[in-house]
Structure formats: structure tokens, C-alpha cells
Design a protein around this ligand. Structure first.
Ligand code: ZN
Length: 74
């Protein structure tokens, strides 16, 4: 797809690292599938991936995690 930020680049499929802060919890997800702009580097997550990350974050908050490194698995 065409990048919505720079309007010049095209996005390519890849994986990224996403850091999430929620309340007292910090989570770092490795290996998250995303579309990345080949021009400006903007990262796009699918709504499905977004939802899953938020779900995992909510779980971690409930478990009282303060810092966790997770490998994302689709
Ligand atoms: Zn771009």
C-alpha cells in the first residue's frame, strides 16, 4: 500500500519491535508483523495485530508485570 505519511513510499511487509506503556506496566514485543514504508520508515500495524497487542498488555497489567519482553506470535 501507499504510505499515508510521506505519500511517496510503498509499504513492505516486515517485523518490528513495539514498546507499550500501560499504567505501571512496560511491555516490549519483538517480532511483530507490520507494514513498513520503504521511504520514511513509518510502521503500520493491522487492526488485528493492534487488538492482540492490547489484549496481551491488559493481561500483563492484571498479572502485575512491571517490565516484560515478549515474542509476538500471530
Ligand atoms: Zn512513508
Amino acid at each position: 500500500m501507499k504510505c499515508a505519511i510521506c505519500r511517496n513510499g510503498n509499504t513492505v511487509a516486515g517485523t518490528i519491535t513495539v514498546a507499550l506503556d500501560k499504567e505501571e506496566t512496560t511491555l516490549v514485543f519483538k517480532n511483530v508483523p507490520a507494514q513498513i514504508c520503504d521511504n520514511c520508515g513509518e510502521e503500520y500495524l493491522s487492526s488485528e495485530t493492534n487488538k492482540k497487542l492490547l489484549q496481551l498488555a491488559n493481561d500483563a497489567v492484571r498479572r502485575g508485570v512491571s517490565l516484560e519482553l515478549l515474542k509476538y506470535a500471530a
